[in-house]
Design a protein. Structure first.
Length: 310
């Protein structure tokens, strides 16, 4: 079955004209049935003139895009560099969290909160285990690959005394993040920066926490190594690196029907590499210590590590 799906994907006409639109329709209809207002949300953002003004204000002409980033992602031909991807990102993120607990009768917001709380709880526990009492609350957090700001807002809510920077290569995502954050509690502590995770331009030792939530599966191995090296450079000594993403070893991922897994991977150009790399060893190679991984929900793992104090 998986070979059949692979062959179908390789057939451009079949994939582009039939499979992709069908998969998209199913995704949107399922989301809307579960209370995620996919089309309504995208339409409202498209009609909001402020989004385009923020794009102009946030986009930095000097930011260049690595070749691996210019591929189609998530069935958008222009990947993360287009309005449709940005207008639909929040709904897609809500739908992703709902898929983690398919049997629980919970709302999209409840699923999202569960997923994010397990992430921020692990950061707090890691900092408590490996730092002084006075250091548990971070003062500065960088959320690399913040997209439309959902991970950024949860980090900010979990660590309310911290200033949090959401950094992303897509000015489309950042424009939506900035508009959605307007007037939200704590928004004065959040800022949105157009930049590259592997070359952030921040000074050495700037942040207490660097977070990469659901970013690494979008990157080839060499980019993941560069992201880790850069995170290590800009963290303060004792600072915390944290990432979360699909857990290749989780029973849910292991038991996914091969055809479904093939289909899932077909919209993620670099996920084959993600599923084979040793994230924990790569963090050690980047100079981190106290590297530890936990399965934080049925589908995902969270990995924390500390920058050595010298
Ligand atoms: C799946 S989204 C993650 C969303 C968000 N962190 C969350 O948890 O909801 C991945 C994001 O990473 C961004 N991204 C991918 N590679 C990047 C890089 N090298 N530097 C900065 N952002 C990157 C993409 O533009 C996209 O918005």
């Amino acid at each position: 079955m998986s070979k059949l799906v692979d062959a179908a994907i390789a057939n451009e006409v079949l994939y582009e004209r039939i499979m992709k639109p069908m998969a998209r329709r199913t995704l949107i209809n399922t989301a809307e049935k579960n209370g995620v207002m996919w089309r309504e949300e995208a339409k409202a953002l498209e009609a909001n003139a402020e989004v385009y003004a923020r794009f102009d204000a946030l986009k930095k002409a000097e930011v260049t895009y690595p070749e691996y980033y210019l591929k189609p992602f998530h069935a958008y031909a222009e990947g993360n560099l287009c309005w449709l991807a940005a207008f639909e990102a929040q709904s897609a993120t809500y739908s992703m969290a709902l898929r983690v607990w398919p049997k629980d009768r919970i709302t999209a917001e409840e699923a999202q909160k569960r997923l994010r709380d397990s992430y921020t709880d692990m950061v707090r526990a890691h900092r408590a285990r490996h730092g002084a009492e006075s250091e548990i609350e971070p003062k500065k957090i960088l959320d690399v690959g913040c997209s439309v700001g959902m991970s950024t807002r949860y980090l900010s809510d979990a660590f309310p005394t911290a200033s949090v920077v959401g950094l992303d290569l897509s000015p489309y995502m950042l424009a939506v993040a900035s508009v959605k954050d307007e007037g939200e509690p704590g928004s004065e502590k959040r800022s949105w920066v157009h930049g590259k995770g592997e070359d952030t331009k921040y000074a050495d030792g700037t942040f207490d926490v660097v977070s990469l939530a659901f970013v690494i599966h979008e990157c080839p191995e060499y980019a993941t190594a560069d992201l880790m090296k850069e995170a290590h450079r800009i963290l303060k000594p004792g600072g915390t690196f944290v990432m979360t993403d699909n857990n290749p070893a989780s029973p849910v991922i292991q038991k996914l029907p091969p055809a479904l897994f093939t289909l899932m991977k077909s919209t993620e150009p670099h996920s084959n590499e993600y599923y084979t790399i040793d994230v924990q060893q790569m963090l050690k190679d980047a100079g981190f210590e106290h590297v530890c991984q936990e399965q934080t929900d049925p589908r995902h793992r969270t990995v924390c590590a500390s920058k050595k104090r010298k």
